[in-house]
Write a protein that binds this ligand. Structure first.
Ligand code: ASP
Ligand code: MG
Length: 464
């Protein structure tokens, strides 16, 4: 007699729902139904949620001394109470939810009151205040899922096991420790059929102080958890059905990019396509985990995986708010310059250099720095100038970086038609990177360049 052994492997997926989807009770229920659909298909699901739309921005204001803070806290409270009412819960469940929410609002009120009494805040307090958005929304998500009969539990990132360093505002996970703790916590729930609902964006230090991973960090939470529990897939649900070929505000015919490699997706996050946290793909880039970006019910999606695929050029992106530094660095002093620069940057804690290149035949340095690191960088540069390590330094502040992303970005035949379109655009720099090339133009030329690049991109796609 033959015996067939049937092994049932559950696909494990981490799903994240962005703040743009979270406005009212209807939205939470729609999301809960999507989670039910995945559970019904046999997936093990970990749910990650952002704060309700707009809440993190309001909390950002409340994280510093501000007039009429009581009104703002009340406004946030009413917003969440409205969502609870719209969920249409049984009276026992509603009471439970209201009690949880009330206790969070008492905490928030006291924290914000302290900031305004002391007229003082700090990065640590800011993170604490910002954390309330996600801590509230996981409760709403938990309630919506419970209403639909899903056995679930709500957790903060730290309760799930994500432990970070103490770099408030931009905390980094301690991988070994987090791996151990996240697996202990989440796998235990998953194995007993309980769906964890985890706050995106927030985590905590070893001794339990709340930290945040940086604005827009919920996607990062999702990929991080997926990596730590060896999930098969991450699905990032947003209000657009994927990563687009161009900024839809500038190009009306933008399309969804069907497939990207992680290296390309990382470039797109850095170069400003869709507001993705720059670290979003870091945890999964070298794994077999795939990331899907889509919206609920959409037939289109962007699938991101390790391997490179065609077409060689996949999308355009635009980013503003950076600063371009152009300078002459004599070749003889280049090494000293580089040493002093990296030392200086790390001393100032600046990780905001997006790009740097040196062309030795013209002795030119091009460096792109995030606007918010500008003051520090200026100081550093003037120090280097007085040491004569750098000459003719010039800053361009009002710039746009327009880029074309794809693994074919180094193929001269492919990029030539783009460069031809720059005749009248006052190009300040052309930058060749791995998986992207970018041009720096004055800000008011940005839209024109993106428009032309995008037309060319679609033309190349058609030729396939
Ligand atoms: N709520 C946080 C923010 O708005 C995190 C996120 O949405 O990803 O930045
Ligand atoms: Mg948000």
């Amino acid at each position: 007699m033959w015996v067939f052994w049937v092994f049932v492997f559950n696909m494990r997926v981490v799903v994240k729902f962005g703040g743009s989807l979270l406005r009212g009770g209807v939205d939470f229920l729609r999301i809960a139904r999507e989670v039910c659909r995945l559970l019904g298909e046999g997936f093990e699901v970990v749910v990650v949620v952002s704060a309700v739309k707009g809440v993190t921005d309001m909390l950002e204001v409340l994280s510093r001394p501000v007039d009429r803070w009581q009104d703002m806290v009340l406004q946030i409270r009413e917003l969440h109470e409205m969502v609870v009412r719209e969920l249409g819960l049984s009276s026992t469940l509603e009471k439970e939810v209201i009690a949880k929410i009330n206790s969070l609002f008492e905490d928030l009120y006291r924290t914000v009151e302290a900031i305004n009494v002391l007229k003082e805040t700090s990065p640590r307090i800011r993170d604490l205040v910002l954390s309330f958005g996600e801590r509230l929304s996981v409760i709403l998500m938990w309630a919506a899922l419970t209403k639909l009969g899903v056995e679930c539990i709500h957790l903060t990132g730290r309760e799930a096991g994500i432990v970070t360093n103490e770099r408030y505002g931009e905390a980094k996970p301690i991988y070994d420790l987090s791996r151990k703790m996240v697996r202990e916590n989440l796998l235990r729930y998953l194995n007993s059929g309980i769906t964890p609902v985890v706050t995106g964006f927030i985590a905590g230090t070893v001794d339990g102080k709340i930290t945040t991973l940086g604005r827009g960090g919920s996607d990062y939470t999702a990929t991080l958890l997926a990596y730590l529990i060896d999930a098969d897939e991450v699905i990032l649900y947003t209000d657009v059905p994927g990563i687009m070929t161009g900024d839809p505000k500038i190009v009306k015919n933008a399309r969804v990019v069907p497939e990207l490699s992680y290296e390309e997706a990382i470039m797109s996050a850095q170069l400003g396509a869709k507001r993705l946290h720059p670290r979003t793909f870091e945890p999964v880039r070298d794994t077999d985990i795939r990331t899907v970006i889509t919206s609920i019910g959409a037939s289109e999606r962007t699938v991101i995986e390790k391997e490179f695929k065609d077409p060689p050029l996949k999308m355009t992106a635009i980013s503003r708010g950076d600063v371009l530094l152009r300078a002459r660095v004599p070749e003889e002093t280049f090494h000293d310059f580089l040493m002093e620069l990296s030392l200086g940057l790390s001393k100032l804690g600046i990780e905001d250099v997006r790009y740097m290149t040196y062309s030795d035949y013209e002795s030119r340095l091009y460096m792109i720095v995030r606007g918010r690191a500008l003051d520090h960088t200026l100081k550093l540069i003037s120090g280097l100038q007085s040491k004569r390590l750098i000459e003719e330094a010039k800053m361009y502040k009002d710039i746009a970086i327009v880029s074309v992303i794809g693994h074919g970005s180094r193929d001269p035949a492919l990029i030539a038609p783009y460069l031809e379109k720059l005749r009248d655009t006052h190009t300040l720099a052309t930058i060749q990177m791995k998986n992207a090339f970018a041009v720096v133009v004055p800000s008011d030329k940005g839209a024109t360049v993106m428009y032309r690049f995008h037309e060319e991109l679609l033309k190349q796609w058609e030729k396939k």
